[in-house]
Design a protein. Structure first.
Length: 177
């Protein structure tokens, strides 16, 4: 079946064949196609693709935004695992919850004042301003911050590993019952 689309295909596991007239065959293929940015099972980093080392600020967009309580998913955990600065576009209180777990949110370098704002529109405007402020920083300043604070990123990573191990142990105990 031939389908005409104007937007680019976004699914990795579908083979897209195009011609000059923007006709795309979207018939699913029988085998997965490994995207070049997603490493295979032998990759050297457990949590990140090589391109993530070029990211200085991760904008974690959580599953929920206007939600009655903070809900943490892998989206907010990824930058901790990859030792990156980040902001979260998510429900009010999510930064506080991460701090409650012991994570350093680098408040001395990034303002997370948006986290306490109840109004979702005002929170989004404030987090957008935080991102703009970060992007206006000199790249050398950002690189220097990363070099000088590697121990803080490492500590966050260790906290994450500890939480992961505790959760695995808890799940094993539940399953043994």
């Amino acid at each position: 079946m031939t389908l005409i689309r104007l937007d680019p295909p976004t699914r990795i596991n579908d083979k897209f064949v195009t011609n000059g007239n923007c006709q795309i065959d979207c018939t699913p293929v029988q085998s997965d196609i490994l995207h070049p940015l997603i490493p295979d099972q032998n990759f050297k980093f457990q949590y990140q693709a090589d391109f993530y080392s070029l990211v200085s600020l991760d904008i974690a967009v959580e599953t929920t935004y206007n939600y009655p309580y903070p809900y943490i998913t892998e989206k907010s955990i990824r930058p901790i695992a990859c030792k990156r600065l980040f902001v979260v576009i998510g429900p009010q209180g999510i930064i506080k919850k991460l701090k409650d777990y012991g994570f350093d949110m680098f408040d001395d370098y990034i303002s997370h004042s948006y986290d306490s704002i109840d109004n979702p529109q005002d929170r989004l405007i404030t987090v957008t301003n935080t991102i703009k402020e970060f992007c206006s920083r000199d790249l050398n300043d950002i690189k220097t911050f990363y070099r000088n604070n590697q121990n803080r990123f490492d500590k966050n990573f260790k906290i994450l590993q500890s939480l992961k191990n505790k959760e695995i142990k808890r799940l094993k105990e539940l399953l043994d019952v």
